[in-house]
Ligand binder design. Structure first.
Ligand code: HSE
Length: 423
């Protein structure tokens, strides 16, 4: 093993890479002890070199020329935390082609281009590591690569977007509006530069594509994830859920039937005390995995923010210093077949505003007639009814919602959410 220093170049100096730089510069002895060789920061590429930073970088070169940094002779590993694909993708291609290892926290570039970048890394004998891309400090991808390697994995449920988890909690229990809660998530450094990436479920879909890819061994087309964000979740639903002993979470779900994977990201009702992810609150993330040998595995921890994300990034730097490209598992090649939404099944929470009459009885009868089991019916306000159904095809439930909406005893369907686990 080499004993010469591993020379690090950073792309971007936002919340995450500032925390990475602090760790590398201020904890050099700790990293050397873990890596078996020194790790030194040699260069940083930023858009605006004149901007005041919260960190003293001493003699480290700060440049606006990212293209030069990624091919510099003086750099061994490029650490990217800019986010998105532009201008990141060409920079990572250039770094790998120049024989640099790459460490990134960027879920989008890996979800969309990980197969291409992985092949490039293999071709040039370097590693492409992205442990921070899903779950930040929660080692979700590590679980599939280095813990459950001998298991047949059947399903993954994950809370993997801190912004929406925090926002839903603040709207339900904190009394904030959606916009106020998003502004708070931005202030705390959880939200993406464009928070609609979080709110509309894209960030969770990118992460789910990575988790499913590693768990089931193939590339997942992120555009095939059945995706619904949290924009139409109302304070009323969050409060009803709370009264029922439940929580509404943006849940990422993947299941493998032996030949096809079903994938969804959507607001989901979880029973507190019944579903292990229901109590994963605030900026915390969690992943629940079912597999044949291990059974049920649950990991939780902090899923966003500078220090927790830097924890995973610096771990990848340390592994790169220690092992180089050895032990690195290339991004799974070949595409997984994704199950169509028409084949998916779910249980549902339905909140209905009545226009008078025996709305509960009539709705229950209509659902039963269509083969949708009714688990419970509750009056939730003077003119509102909440119905919980058992499992039925998603398309049957969607059609039933249209029918309920047009029933004379119904004013309108106020909400329809999937239910996770048993109710
Ligand atoms: N915006 C992301 C989140 C950051 O809220 O989870 C961490 O990937």
């Amino acid at each position: 093993m080499s004993t010469s220093p591993l020379r690090v170049g950073l792309l971007g100096l936002g919340t995450v890479n500032t925390a990475v730089a602090q760790r590398v510069v201020q904890h050099a002895q700790l990293l050397e002890a873990h890596a078996g060789r020194p790790v030194v920061l040699r260069g940083v590429a930023v858009r605006d070199t004149a901007r005041q930073r919260d960190i003293d970088l001493g003699e480290v070169i700060v440049t606006a020329d990212a293209a030069a940094l990624v091919t510099a002779e003086t750099i061994d590993v490029i650490v990217e935390a800019i986010g998105g694909t532009d201008p990141v993708l060409p920079l990572l291609r250039a770094a790998l082609a120049a024989g640099k290892h790459v460490v990134t926290a960027n879920k989008e570039v890996i979800a969309r281009h990980g197969d291409e970048l992985g092949a490039l890394a293999v071709k040039h004998g370097v590693a492409l590591r992205y442990g921070a891309a899903a779950g930040a400090a929660v080692p979700m991808l590590e679980l599939f690569d280095n813990a459950l390697g001998g298991d047949d994995i059947t399903s993954i449920d994950a809370i993997c977007n801190s912004t929406t988890n925090f926002v839903l909690e603040q709207m339900g229990r904190g009394g904030l509006t959606l916009d106020q809660a998003i502004a708070e998530a931005q202030r705390l450094g959880f939200a993406e530069a464009d928070p609609s990436t979080d709110i509309d479920g894209w960030d969770a879909a990118f992460k789910l594509a990575l988790l499913a890819g590693h768990a089931f061994g193939g590339h997942v087309d992120v555009d095939l994830v059945r995706r619904r964000g949290i924009r139409d979740v109302t304070t009323a639903d969050l409060q009803r859920a709370d009264e029922m002993g439940c929580a509404i979470k943006l849940l990422a779900h993947a299941a493998w039937d032996g030949s096809r994977v079903s994938l969804s990201v959507q607001p989901t009702l979880l029973v507190r005390g019944g579903h292990p992810l229901a109590s994963v609150d605030g900026s915390r993330n969690g992943v629940l995995v079912q597999s044949d040998l291990a059974g049920t595995t649950l990991l939780t921890g902090t899923g966003a923010g500078g220090d927790p994300t830097a924890s995973a990034v610096v771990n990848d730097i340390v592994i790169t210093a220690r092992d180089g490209a050895a032990g690195w598992r290339p991004v799974p090649q070949g595409s997984l077949e994704v199950m169509s939404a028409d084949d998916a099944e779910c249980a549902a929470y339905v909140r209905i505003r009545s226009s008078g009459g025996a709305v509960g009885d009539e709705v229950a009868q209509m659902l039963e007639d269509r083969g949708v089991p009714v688990v419970s019916i509750m009056m939730s306000a003077t003119d509102e009814v909440v119905v919980l159904t058992g499992t039925a095809p998603v398309s049957v439930i969607a059609n039933a919602m249209d029918t309920i909406d047009s029933m004379p005893v119904v004013d309108r369907v106020l909400a329809c959410l999937e239910v996770g686990g048993k109710v």
